[in-house]
Design a protein around this ligand. Sequence first.
Ligand code: SF4
Ligand code: SF4
Length: 273
Amino acid sequence: MAEKAILFDTTKCMACRACQVACKQWNELSAETTKCEGTYENPPDLSHKTWVKINFTETERNGSPAWLFSRQACMHCTDAACVKVCPPKALSHHELGMVTYDKDLCTGCGYCVDACPFHTPRTNRNLITGIAKMEKCVMCTTPGLDRVGNGLEPACVKTCPPLALQFGDRDTLVNEGKSRVSALAAKGYSNAYLYGENELGGLHVLYVLDDSPQVYGLPVNPKISGVTVATQSVIQPAGMLLGGLTIVGLGLNFMVAREAKLAKEPGRAKKEK
Ligand code: SF4
Ligand code: SF4
């Protein structure tokens, strides 16, 4: 099955934030209580109940003030640090390429929060039960709220008035993104760039940028940290081995102690003669 993706064209986004609202409405996420901080950017950050957010960057272009708008949400990486680091394997790749998770398996350890190069997943602890769970965008594939599996585009894409968001086959969107970047370069945007084509093995959210990634607050050449790789390939297996050895050791200890106790029981020695 062809992998799917979202193409976000920063040059078309007008920061209406309809995508933020549509995401909350479709995924049944409650509103945030926020304060006016003197900016239209609101809420101030992603959270367990805000899975997509439009970031505002104030800059100067041709001597005039200008706003740059960017989207912050899960990038659905092919080489996904969150998937690599998750001990109970709650995070996984959907057959269409996006990164989803099984909330029942999540233990709320927060390893994915620390490992994600885009600072996307967030955990929330229930104050009554004490149980923590991770939350993030799943590109509208939550069981029971699955738009993509039912042939629909994600809610954010469906609602975007200027069509800054587009959903479809990843290969098609990569070609579309490249041609938009070429058109921008022809207009004099010499740093225009298609972000996500190759980063982390290919992202399933592609950005058409009219300037370099760092201007939009995106990491240049994002990488999975060495700590993440070590956690996956050394620390977790070592921990499991240690846990296994501990259980075997406790079992042997129990058997030896039981034998010693039985040997001291009156009558047992006689019976065995
Ligand atoms: S709905 Fe579209 S135009 Fe509005 S903020 Fe989201 S991406 Fe930008
Ligand atoms: S952006 Fe972060 S949470 Fe999303 S797939 Fe990549 S590593 Fe995982």
